[in-house]
Design a protein around this ligand. Sequence first.
Ligand SMILES: C[S@@+](CC[C@H](N)C(=O)[O-])C[C@H]1O[C@@H](n2cnc3c(N)ncnc32)[C@H](O)[C@@H]1O
Length: 268
Amino acid sequence: MAGDKAFSCDDEFTDFNKNDISAERAKKNLAYDAYEELADLYASLVDTKPHNAYYDRPAVQSLITGGIEGMKILDLGCGPGVYAEWLASRGAIVTAIDASDKMIGHAKKRAKGKGKIEVLKANMEEPFDFFDAGTFDGVLSALAITYIKDHAGLFGEINRVLKKGGWFVFSTEHPFFSYRYFGIKNYFETRRVCCDWEGFGKSVNMPSYYHSLGSISEALSGSGFVIEKILEPKPSEEFRKADERGFEKLMKFPLFICFRAKKIEDAR
Ligand SMILES: C[S@@+](CC[C@H](N)C(=O)[O-])C[C@H]1O[C@@H](n2cnc3c(N)ncnc32)[C@H](O)[C@@H]1O
């Protein structure tokens, strides 16, 4: 996140520097340990932390147009379940997935009495064998696909579980931000990066992947999607009230980028 300390990690799971994750951690899923460490603070701050509540969420929500009552929606990388709750409050039948045990715990607690929400532990790096093809009307994934190296594989699975005409809305770090922030040497190359996140009240080393804009777009079109809208969000007025300096920065340079895509054919 902006203001945190960046380390551009050596590619793949070798040759770690001292700030990097261990090979053992990487075997689970890239960001597992980081989110286990962060989950309680994340859950307690997600409703009011400006980058989430007043920047990412209004943008992602604006891409979910039309009524969603009765729709089956998959929330991928649900974290503590704030999006799942929002979707269910609008009448959707929600399945929420996350790989972090602690996040799953928070999402389950939050889901109680909030409508039709099922919370499952699963790794987005692996096929969703437990869902039949064409199960969902929509898939939402906020700030989670950055932890997946193989976007084509993930988007292909998302295509499979979506009905034809179904939507896929997601947000992620803006490639231009990451390119600059992580000091990326080759814009076109997908690579692992990491930085120390300080924004949640304790320092947590967070690994993720850098992807170019073209690679995200190609992974979508190669997986049977057409991009309906790309949104480079601006912070809301609530953001300004909470963090004037951060607001001014985000009015001049994007941190996140959001997509709305539609399944037009089965993935090859
Ligand atoms: C930045 S949080 C976003 C949470 C939620 N979508 C939100 O916006 O509040 C990213 C989430 O992705 C989850 N995640 C990361 N890698 C994952 C993977 N391979 N499979 C499933 N979830 C993953 C993390 O555990 C974490 O809860």
